[in-house]
Design a protein around this ligand. Structure first.
Ligand code: GLU
Length: 466
């Protein structure tokens, strides 16, 4: 049997970290069993589905490297096909048209609530003998009235429902469009999905879907329902407080490796191991290792992992992600050291690539932004002698190398008879606009001779003016 899993998002919002964790588990399960992973976009809810959400799903999965073997399939392409099956189900008595108005259903629901009953459709139209002409209708599945439906969840074990508790689920809306519960069953069958790995919010849909599978004579897949991700205090993640969109993490300078590693460990464990390469993940992943209790999202831990990966992934891979960050910040990265060289110059001790770019922009921008406090403290009359001295030294330097520049700085300490920091700070502020940077010879080297000279000049003009 070819293990086949799918990721079946509804494109109605951002690509949420919870959905991506589920996608990762489904992807890993397929990969670790040499199976197939399918991408299916569940876009039958025309009003809520958006093109931007579809692009976000595709971009997010690509960025993370969660590649799919088939798809993306779009359910909206298959409406006619679904409707043919629904018509067949009506003809063969597996489904029926329900003409109840939403007003009637509303009153029914309120009455049930008032008498302490669980709201449920009373099956008024289930046994209507003839159709009601032109009246609006939905199509409902004729769910078994008695007995039970149970399944073994790979994460949670045996789960059992009484059919009596289940509604006759709507499979086609009044606008003629089939619903999620129906389309998911048809597609899971057509795509030979062996394992449905999805969020626990779908547990209640599962018995309805199993009944649908059985009524159509289909094989029922194996289910695994993944728990929710909560915030650090155990409350529902809120979009206002936490970043929940995968692409927002990309934009903030996280590496895909960090997110994958973090999301994997958030709800799945292999002893105490913290760091997992993609190959480790594929080798070690099992559904049984998924925790059934909800996980708590800890952005501090994610930052720690990101710092780890920035230090440890290959420079070439950092360069690819850095290009995106530079473009996003409108910095022309060809206007300065090449990015591999930049990493050598500034090092990799950053929490995010966004931090790295923020700390490197003076290598590329034509004009620096002077930090007012730094300028006030270091671009002062007593710095003129230092800046003029260094200007001349640099102007007459024959060779542009890190060693040459380091020697030049050492010589200046002796010749000016000043402390190293007394010399380096005004130069640093003149060249970078700020008081924090890598060693001064590195800064001078990376910024380049012409730009260094013109920035020192500008600093001297600034001092004379103020
Ligand atoms: N489209 C559903 C959602 O985004 C997923 C359904 C499923 O995995 O069966 O929640």
């Amino acid at each position: 049997m070819l293990i086949t899993t799918r990721f079946a998002p509804s494109p109605t919002g951002c690509l949420h970290i919870g959905s991506i964790r589920t996608a990762l588990y489904a992807w890993l399960f397929a990969r670790s069993n040499k199976g197939k992973f399918i991408l299916r976009i569940e876009d039958t809810d025309v009003k809520r589905s958006t093109q931007s959400s579809i692009s976000e799903i595709i971009d997010g999965l690509k960025w993370l490297g969660l590649n799919w073997d088939e798809g993306p399939y779009f359910q909206s392409d298959k409406i006619g096909y679904y409707k043919d099956i629904i018509n067949f189900m009506i003809k063969s008595g597996l489904a029926y048209k329900c003409y109840c108005t939403s007003r009637r259903l509303d009153i029914l629901r309120k009455k049930q609530l008032l008498t302490g009953k669980k709201p449920k459709y009373d099956r008024k139209c289930r046994d209507l003998l003839k159709s009601s002409g032109d009246l609006e209708y939905v199509v409902r599945f004729r769910n078994p009235i008695s007995g039970t439906v149970s399944f073994f969840d790979e994460i949670r074990g045996e789960i059992l429902f009484n059919n009596e508790e289940l509604d006759d689920v709507i499979i086609q809306r009044t606008n003629g469009i089939p619903t999620y519960n129906f389309c998911a069953v048809i597609d899971d069958n057509d795509m030979n999905i062996t394992h449905v790995i999805r969020g626990e919010d779908h547990i209640n849909n599962t018995p309805r879907q199993i009944n649908l599978f059985r009524s159509l004579g289909f094989n029922v897949p194996i289910y695994a329902h993944v728990s929710m991700i909560l915030d650090i205090n155990g409350k529902k993640l809120s979009k206002r407080k936490e970043v929940v969109s995968i692409l927002e993490y990309k934009s903030r300078g996280y590496l895909p490796e960090s997110l994958l590693n973090y999301l994997l460990r958030l709800g799945w464990a292999y002893g105490n191991q913290e760091i997992f390469s993609i190959n480790d993940m594929i080798k070690l992943f099992t559904l049984k290792g998924i925790n059934r209790s909800p996980s708590r999202f800890d952005v501090g831990k994610l930052l720690w992992l990101n710092r780890f990966y920035i230090k440890n992934v290959s420079k070439c891979s950092i360069v690819e992600h850095l290009k995106y960050q530079f473009d996003k910040n409108n910095i022309n990265y060809s206007n300065g050291p090449d990015l591999i060289e930049l990493i050598q110059l500034v090092g990799t001790r950053y929490n995010t690539l966004q931090d790295m770019v923020n700390c490197s922009r003076y290598f590329y921008d034509n004009h620096i932004i002077l930090n007012a406090d730094a300028a006030k403290k270091y671009l002062v009359k007593s710095s003129i002698v230092i800046l003029e001295y260094i200007y001349n030294k640099i102007l007459h330097l024959d060779k542009w190398s890190l060693e040459e520049l380091l020697t030049m700085i050492h010589v200046s300490v002796v010749e000016l008879n000043m402390n190293f920091s007394v010399i380096s700070m005004p130069i640093r502020v003149a060249i970078t606009g700020n008081t924090i940077s890598p060693s001064i010879h590195i800064v001078i080297y990376g910024v380049g001779k012409l730009r260094v000279l013109s920035r020192i000049n500008a600093a001297l003009i600034y001092i004379n003016k103020n």
